[in-house]
Design a protein around this ligand. Sequence first.
Ligand code: CP
Length: 340
Amino acid sequence: MSLSRTIETPDIADALAVKRTPRKHVLDLDDFSQEEIAGVLESARSMKEVLGRDIKKVPALRGKVVVTLFYEASTRTRVSFEEAGKVLSADVINMAASGSSAEKGESLLNTGLTIQAMGVDTIVLRHPHSGAPYLLAQHLDKVSIINAGDGLHAHPTQALLDLYTVQDKLGNLEGLKLVIVGDVLHSRVARSNIWGFAKMGAKVVLSGPGTLMPPDLLPSSKSSARSQLASLVEVDTDLDRAIEGADVVMALRLQKERQNAGFLPSLREYIRRWQVTDDRLAKAKPGAMVMHPGPMNEGIEISTSIAHGGNSVIEDQVTNGVAVRMALLFQLTTGTSQNP
Ligand code: CP
C-alpha cells in the first residue's frame, strides 16, 4: 500500500477492509456511534476522578504494555499517553523514529511487526503519512492501534478530549455552534472534530482563507471530489460573520511547516482577517469557550490576551487529554469501559 501526504478521504478504512467492531483500534471517529463517544466521555469522567486523587495510580492495566511510536514531534499527545498508561499501571515504552532502526530504513510495517513480536498490547502511533495507523491495524493481529495523528487525515484522541472539554463546561453538545478557524487544510484535528461534534449534534462552521480550506469540504467542489465530511459542515470564509452566536471557537495552528508558497496573501493579512481577537470574540455568545489543540502561534491565529484570557480552556484541554487517553487505553486493553 502506498501512503500519501495528500488529504485522504475518510474511506481509508473501507479501502483496507480494517475490521471495525468489536472495537480493537481507534483510528478516527468516523466509525464511532454517538453512544460510543458518550461512553468514552463518561469513562473519562471516572478517570479524571482518579487523576484528582493524592496517589494517582490504579492497577487496572498492570502487566500490559503500551508503546508510543512517534515519527513526528509531539508534546501533549505523547506525554499524556505516557502519563495515562502509567497512572493505569501499564508499562509504557516511548519510541521515536529518530534513534530507532527506522533511521536504517526499516519500514513502518516491519517496525510494527517487530514491536508486536515483543508481546506489546497497544501501539500509539503518530506518523506524517495519512493512513499509516490503518496499515498497522490491517497487518498486526495481536495489538490495538491508536492513531495519535496521521498526516493531514485524523487525530481522534484530540477530538475526544475536545468533546470532553466542551461537555464538561457546557453540559451537553447537542445544538452547540462550533466555529473552527484557520488552517483547516492541514489540520487532522479539524477533520476528526468535524466527525465528533457533528455526531454529537453540534453545528460545525469552518472559517479561514479559501486557500486553506480542504477542497473535499467545499460545497463548490464537484460532487465526486467531496468527502462525507462535507455534508457535516458549513464553510464561511468571513470570520466576523461565522463567529456570530458561536458557543465554541477553536483556533487552529497555522502549520508553517506544511505551507507551500501561495496559500496566504501575507501573514499580516492572515492576522488581520482570521486571528481570534477580543473584538471578534465579542460577536460570539457571551462566555463563549476558546479552544486550541496546541501548539499555538500566539499573535498569529490567536491573540495573547485571548489565549490566556478568561474564555480560554486551552489548558483544560491538555488536562482532559490524560483522562480521555486513560479511558481509551483501558477500553481497548480490557474490552470494557467499566471503571477501573
Ligand atoms: N495537539 C497535539 O497533538 O499536540 P502535540 O503535537 O504537542 O501532541
